[in-house]
Design a protein around this ligand. Structure first.
Ligand code: SF4
Length: 181
C-alpha cells in the first residue's frame, strides 16, 4: 500500500457502537506484532489523539451513524482517509444501534418525555449530548466506503487477514468483502 519502509497510517474510529469491535481488534494479541512494523496508529479511541489527522491511509470505522456528532466525524474521516473499512455489523448494516429505528423519530419520544409529561421546566436536553438523528444509518449511507468487514464483532483473525491484505495491496476475496446496498 505504501513504499518499502513506509508505515501505513492507520486510524480506528468509534461511532454508534458498543466498542466490541475495538475489543476484537485488541484481541489480535500477538498478531499485533505482525503489524507493528508496518502500521502507524495515527488516531484511535485507544490512543490519546483528539483531532482526526489528514492523510490517513486506512480507517477502520466501528458503529453506525446515530447522532449529529457521528455524522460530522464520518464526513471528516471520509475527507481525510484514502480507504475506509466499514468495521462490524453496526457500521455495515445498523445492527444493534439501529434497533431504535422501528420506534420512529426519537425527537418525538424525547418531546413526549421531557416536554409533554412534565409540569416544571419542560425542555429537551440539547447540551453535552449530541442530538440524535431521526434514524440510525449504516456508514455507507452517509459516506462512500471501500470495504465491508461484517461480524458482531468481526473475529480477530479476520480483522488481521483484512489488514494484511490491505497492507500487501492484495484484493479482498468475496468472503472478506461483503457489500450491501
Ligand atoms: Fe458492538 Fe457488535 Fe456493533 Fe461491533 S457490531 S459495535 S460488537 S454491537
Amino acid at each position: 500500500m505504501n513504499g518499502p519502509g513506509t508505515r501505513v497510517r492507520l486510524a480506528t474510529v468509534w461511532l454508534g457502537g458498543c466498542s466490541g469491535c475495538h475489543m476484537s481488534f485488541l484481541d489480535l494479541d500477538e498478531l499485533l506484532f505482525d503489524l507493528v512494523d508496518r502500521v502507524q496508529v495515527v488516531y484511535s479511541p485507544l490512543a490519546d489523539v483528539k483531532d482526526y489527522p489528514e492523510g490517513v491511509d486506512v480507517a477502520l470505522v466501528e458503529g453506525a451513524v446515530a447522532n449529529e456528532e457521528n455524522l460530522d466525524v464520518a464526513r471528516t474521516v471520509r475527507a481525510r482517509s484514502s480507504t475506509i473499512v466499514s468495521f462490524g455489523d453496526c457500521a455495515v448494516a445498523g445492527n444493534v444501534t439501529a434497533m431504535r429505528n422501528p420506534l420512529g423519530d426519537p425527537r418525538d419520544i424525547l418531546r413526549s418525555v421531557y416536554v409533554d409529561a412534565v409540569d416544571r421546566d419542560p425542555g429537551v436536553p440539547d447540551r453535552v449530548v449530541p442530538a440524535l438523528l431521526p434514524a440510525v444509518m449504516p456508514l455507507h449511507q452517509v459516506v462512500p466506503v471501500e470495504h465491508f468487514l461484517p461480524g458482531c464483532p468481526p473475529p480477530p483473525e479476520r480483522i488481521h487477514r483484512v489488514l494484511v491484505a490491505l497492507l500487501d495491496g492484495d484484493p479482498l476475496p468475496d468472503d472478506r468483502d461483503i457489500r450491501f446496498g
